[in-house]
Design a protein around this ligand. Structure first.
Ligand SMILES: [Zn+2]
Ligand SMILES: [Zn+2]
Length: 263
């Protein structure tokens, strides 16, 4: 059994927890140590429970608090060579370099690091396996490459980026250069791209989807929910929305009963 919770999700800070009975992993930490401690408290997690911090890439909404939190947790950081070379993890207690598209084990959880198209030095996202359960975390990518699609097929639960609604981004307040970056092939997934990925998976689509990294400026939960509704009706897929302020509470990867916020 794997459990997943979000400490917070969005352009101001991301942190996700994936845990078995024995092992607790933190994926990214864009929050400062003090804020992180109070948010972990709300999820009934003690900082010393965290066994390792896995970093996806060096953007500040993902690494802002990693070095400080790794010290508070007494836990090592796992990151690719490119992410480490960015210098954004300097001051961390201990760093273990991983290779893109490699597999490794922490405690009783098997982990795959998946290369994604995003404008960072050497970005990866992660798939977690424990017994028969598979959980994917996939945010911060500009397009769904065939490599990404294959890697995330067959997940029981998937935290997937629904970053922006393309028309909202186009008419929104961002400067032109930022609009191009966000919507480009190495930026972020828009709602249609994320939906397209789920539809392309067909039978191997996840039973539970957590829509995350939703832009507060260029998207809304209502827009994502309206888009996903036909797919939910057709497949009985469960959908939960991760927010910037609250993330989401613990969800079991194999239990739809545990989904409190079913769309
Ligand atoms: Zn990023
Ligand atoms: Zn991000």
């Amino acid at each position: 059994m794997l459990r997943v919770a979000s400490v917070g999700s969005g352009s101001k800070g991301n942190a996700t927890l994936v845990a078995s009975d024995e092992t607790t992993l933190l994926i990214d930490c864009g929050f400062g140590a003090r804020e992180m401690l109070s948010r972990l408290d709300q999820l009934n997690v003690n900082i010393s429970d965290v066994d390792a911090i896995l970093v996806t890439h060096e953007h500040s909404d993902h690494v802002g608090g990693v070095a400080a939190v790794s010290k508070a947790a007494g836990a090592p950081i796992y990151a690719t060579h490119g992410t480490v070379a960015s210098g954004k993890l300097d001051g961390a207690r201990s760093i273990i370099e991983i290779e893109s598209d490699s597999e490794f084990v922490i405690g009783d959880i098997e982990i795959s690091a998946i290369t994604v198209p995003h404008d960072a030095k050497e970005p990866v996202q992660y798939v977690f396996k424990h017994a028969t359960q598979r959980v994917g975390v996939l945010t911060d990518l500009g397009m769904v490459s065939p490599h990404v699609l294959r890697a995330y097929e067959g997940c029981d639960l998937l935290l997937l980026e629904f970053n922006h609604d393309l028309p909202m981004l186009r008419r929104g307040p961002y400067p032109a250069v930022l609009k191009r970056r966000v919507s480009g092939d190495f930026g972020h997934l828009n709602n249609d791209q994320a939906l397209g990925m789920l539809e392309a998976m067909g039978e191997s689509a996840p039973g539970i989807v957590i829509a995350g990294h939703i832009s507060e400026q260029n998207n809304s939960v209502d827009a994502v929910a309206a888009l996903l509704n036909p797919l939910i009706q057709r497949t009985e897929m469960k959908v939960v929305y991760a927010t910037q302020s609250q993330g989401f509470d613990w969800i079991m990867s194999d239990s739809s009963d545990a989904v409190s916020q079913v769309a």
